[in-house]
Design a binder for this molecule. Structure first.
Ligand SMILES: C[C@](O)(C(=O)O)[C@H](CC(=O)O)C(=O)O
Ligand SMILES: [Mg+2]
Length: 297
């Protein structure tokens, strides 16, 4: 109850240990703290906090319009309500290398365990769209060096994302990733790989672990966690999956009310009140005050 019972430092240590282990780590996107609690209860290794899902939830496209303060506060509310490590999307780092340093400290203070920084220019766009542009390798290594030097907790994981596959090809993307790892990145996020063999080639070429982005309606096929693990991938994110599931269901429900004049036709697809209270661990709040949970649902 009342959120995480582990410290942020413990969650970061746990992520470091798991990254060094054998199993692939599965991080579904959490759109809010309740969602993170469900991800934890179902048994995943961590939660991902998507920039695309966060901007969409604000009614905005994913083009770098959200600010460091907004993203930090969003990350804080989620990271504070789960015992899992929370991995946040820091886009291009919110400015120049010095801003990137401040970004890392801000995210660390908010209890996050990891973040990724990408090598796109501003304004950035979703990594699975055409027409992306990247900054020079030297510009991105400055972002990574600044990030790595700014953290106070050495266990905070810095992931470098390269969006270069689309415009420069696989080999160039691998060269960039190597330079980013040399600059201090702990994990590499090769964006928009075309097939499994590209993940495999990437993983083999690098000494640091790699991450796979299994976003829907993008450039990558949706591989299973086992397929990715066999290709040498260490972590998989399902960044916008929960938002898309929820929005699909919300739209159907709203159209049902509009058509039928009632939501009764979709009630059996809803999370029940009892299930919600179970996820929230409502009952345990009774330990503090027995009048809090003295009813049945
Ligand atoms: C991972 C990602 O950066 C995100 O913001 O979740 C997006 C996901 C998406 O738009 O599908 C991305 O650029 O891949
Ligand atoms: Mg993003």
């Amino acid at each position: 109850m009342l959120g995480a019972h582990t410290s942020a430092a413990d969650r970061r240590l746990r992520l470091r240990e798991e990254l060094a282990g054998d199993a692939i780590l599965r991080f579904p996107g959490a759109i809010n703290p309740l969602n993170a609690q469900l991800i934890e209860q179902i048994g995943f290794e961590g939660v991902y906090i998507s920039g695309g899902a966060f901007s969409a939830a604000q009614g905005l496209p994913d083009i770098g319009l959200t600010t460091l303060s907004e993203v930090t506060e969003h990350g804080r509310t989620i990271a504070g309500m789960t015992n899992l490590p929370a991995f946040i999307d820091a886009d291009t780092g919110f400015g120049e290398p010095m801003n990137v340093a401040r970004t890392i400290q801000s995210l660390e203070d908010a209890g996050l365990a990891a973040c990724h920084l990408e090598d796109q220019v501003n304004p950035k766009r979703c990594g699975h769209l055409d027409g992306k542009e990247v900054v020079a390798t030297s510009e991105m290594t400055k972002r990574i060096t600044a990030a790595a030097g700014a953290r106070r907790d050495p266990n905070f994981v810095i992931s470098a994302r390269t969006d270069a596959r689309a415009g420069e090809g696989l080999d160039a993307a691998i060269d960039r990733a190597k330079a980013y790892a040399d600059a201090g990145a702990d994990l590499i996020f090769p964006e928009a790989m075309r097939d499994l063999s590209e993940f495999e080639t990437f993983a083999k070429a690098l000494d640091v672990p790699i991450l796979a982005n299994m976003t829907e309606f993008g450039k990558s096929e949706l591989f299973t966690a086992d397929q990715l693990a066999d290709a040498g991938v260490k972590m998989v994110i399902y960044p916008v999956t929960t938002l898309r599931l929820a929005m699909g269901a919300i739209e159907d429900g709203l159209r049902t009310i509009m058509a039928d004049g009632t939501q009764s036709g979709v009630v059996d697809r809803m999370q029940t009140r009892a299930r919600l209270y179970e996820v929230l661990d409502y009952e345990s709040y009774n330990a503090f005050d027995e009048n809090v949970f003295n009813f049945t649902v």
